[in-house]
Design a protein around this ligand. Structure first.
Ligand code: ZN
Length: 415
């Protein structure tokens, strides 16, 4: 089959694009949305397992080689590919199988897992974030195989777990032999098919202030960690300004922000109105743009803690990153991956690429940080719709995404 359809690259592409079938893509997306995959810790059946099994079965029916990786107990990553890693680079189309909670179903006009098709849209939790993008990637892989187009290297699709949680799926993948073959990745997250060259980074700084327990009526006998923590929180705007100064201005991303999100005291034991606790804790959600590396960011947070300690003699203020550092990512427009995808947007949609940036961090942030490979983010679904009630994906965007993935793969893996 592979050798029958050589022809010119243009013919191979036109032939492959013609095989992207809207009906098939809509049906697959709806199947994935109808399998709930909200992860509920403490409720063992509430994982990605059922939808992962569906993805695996679909790949196997297509005759694609499949690798299932147990990223965590009962939480499988599913990867499939076409082509041969020994003949060239591997390009990854990446998606995640977990979805966030549907919240209160009464806030939805359509059933959250009904996958209703209306007005050119598919409705449901995960339709945009990101079972639509995953389905488009799956279909793109199948279409490339069915077309018989020749590839140098291979096209891989990864359906990973836990993107909405601790990103266990991509962290697991990054340590496997398969990951060592990856040369580049397209993250299929909902960015309204913009070609996103940058993603904001994040570090969740868990700050602990330690003092000395004492009676609330005799504060002079102790050291109050709440006062020290308040001093640290008062430093947040200054920390934000420093990080903004260190970061490059971005056309696509909002400047760095430092946002306190969690506050707790006491850290251990029962809260009591007449007890100064020994410790208090806060989390700063620090969002980053390209520029400073992890040590430079850490130095700034260290300095904020030091200034808080100066104001509260006797207290210790320390911090640690929760889930590690995820620096911002950026790729150059001259990168072969970017050129392949930009050309694909023209070939698949007839329009020039719209450039963009990702406001949050994704699995791609981890791929970039651990494997050092170039990544871009491009996928169907409005950027602001994830995690909302009545989430939807436009069928038009879904089909465009699948066509773009097909063309990008043929461009990047052209013999
Ligand atoms: Zn997502």
């Amino acid at each position: 089959m592979a050798s029958r359809r050589r022809g010119s690259p243009g013919r191979a592409l036109a032939d492959a694009l013609a095989r992207v079938d809207e009906g098939e893509l809509v049906a697959l997306t709806r199947e994935l949305v109808r399998i709930p995959s909200v992860v509920r810790p403490g409720d063992p059946p509430a994982t990605e397992a059922a939808v992962a099994r569906h993805v695996e079965a679909w790949f196997r029916r297509e005759g694609l080689p499949v690798e299932v990786q147990e990223a965590a107990p009962g939480r499988p990553n599913v990867l499939a590919w076409h082509g041969d890693a020994r003949t060239g680079p591997s390009l990854l189309l990446e998606g995640h199988t977990d979805v966030v909670t549907e919240g209160d179903p009464r806030e939805w006009k359509r059933p959250p897992f009904g996958a209703e098709l209306a007005d050119g849209r598919i409705y449901g939790r995960g339709s945009a974030d990101m079972k639509g993008g995953l389905a488009a990637a799956m279909l793109a892989l199948a279409v490339v195989k069915r077309s018989g187009a020749r590839l140098r290297g291979r096209l891989v699709v990864g359906a990973l777990v836990d993107e909405e949680g601790d990103m266990l799926g991509v962290r697991h993948l990054a340590g496997t032999p398969l990951a060592r073959t990856l040369a580049a990745a397209i993250i299929c997250e909902p960015e309204q098919n913009e070609l996103c060259l940058e993603q904001r980074g994040v570090v969740w700084a868990r700050v602990t202030a330690r003092g000395r327990m004492a009676h609330g009526a005799m504060p002079e006998a102790g050291v109050n960690p709440l006062t020290a923590l308040a001093a640290l929180l008062a430093e947040a705007p200054a920390l934000e300004r420093r990080l903004r100064r260190l970061s490059a201005r971005s056309r696509y991303l909002k400047a760095p922000t430092v946002t306190p999100t969690i506050l707790s005291a006491p850290v251990d034991g029962v809260p009591q109105a007449n007890v100064i606790p020994s410790a208090a804790r806060a989390v700063l959600d620090v969002r980053l743009t390209p520029g400073p590396d992890a040590p430079a960011i850490a130095k700034e947070i260290d300095a904020a803690c030091a200034r808080a300690m100066d104001r509260c003699p006797g207290a210790r203020v320390e911090w640690e990153p929760v889930n590690g550092f995820r620096p911002a990512t950026r790729v150059d427009r001259s990168e072969p991956l970017v050129r392949a995808v930009a050309r694909a947007v023209r070939q698949a949609t007839g329009r020039a690429p719209r450039w963009g940036g990702v406001p949050g961090s994704t699995d791609g942030t981890i791929l970039r940080a651990t494997l050092g490979i170039p990544i871009v983010t491009l996928g169907p679904g409005h950027r602001l719709i994830p995690h909302q009630a009545d989430e939807y994906v436009d069928v038009r965007e879904l089909v465009d995404a699948a066509r773009i993935y097909v063309a990008a793969a043929l461009n990047f893996l052209e013999p």
